[in-house]
Design a protein around this ligand. Structure first.
Ligand code: CO
Length: 194
């Protein structure tokens, strides 16, 4: 089955991901698939749990443009080590297609990760890039942008969130998506990978 971006409330989105311990051929293949799916969906970033992979792994291209592959960035085991300031702005998520709401985030953050060569990288990012990082990093901890919305945005998103829940249950009833227990088993098996 080809890999797909999973939509809320798929259990992979609430699963805390495990650090990557080996950058092997399989991981490279999965990263290629993630980039392709991100571009198809017109996103700027994608976290591994969004394709039901329980790994601490992010792909980003802040231009969102597949014709600018030089802007592609892959981050392994990323962390935010410093946060400064605050900003409120509209955010979307490829696991909630069509839902956009204001979310408050830190304006500037310092991040640390490993690149695909296993070398440590550190950078300071602001504004859109800072927002993308905070959003994607939350995914690795099973945190979604609906959790980060203020009360007004959350209220405005309520009916849309209910629709996603209904659509997901309907897809499970039709057998298009496995039952939650089966998904949890698959995630646990993937975690066992070296
Ligand atoms: Co997202």
């Amino acid at each position: 089955m080809p890999r797909k971006i999973v939509h809320y409330p798929h259990p992979a989105l609430r699963h805390k991901s495990k650090p990557v311990t080996m950058i092997d051929k399989e991981l490279h293949i999965q990263i290629g698939e993630m980039l392709e799916l991100m571009y198809q969906a017109k996103g700027l970033g994608l976290a591994a749990p969004q394709v039901a992979l329980p790994y601490q792994l992010l792909v980003m291209n802040i231009t969102g443009d597949p014709n600018q592959p030089e802007c592609e960035e892959i981050f392994v085991n990323p962390q935010i080590v410093e946060k400064k300031g605050a900003m409120t702005g509209e955010e979307g998520c490829l696991s909630f297609p069509g839902l956009y709401q204001d979310v408050r985030r830190a304006q500037t953050i310092k991040v640390r990760a490993y690149n695909l060569k296993g070398e440590p990288v550190e950078k300071t990012v602001s504004d859109l890039e800072s927002r993308a990082w905070q959003h994607e990093l939350d995914h690795l901890n099973g945190v979604l942008f609906i959790d980060m919305m203020g009360p007004l945005a959350r209220f405005a998103a309520r009916s849309s969130v209910k629709k996603f829940e209904k659509a997901f249950r309907a897809a499970q009833e039709k057998g298009e998506i496995p039952p939650n227990l089966e998904i949890e088993k698959l995630l646990a098996a993937l975690e066992g990978r070296p």
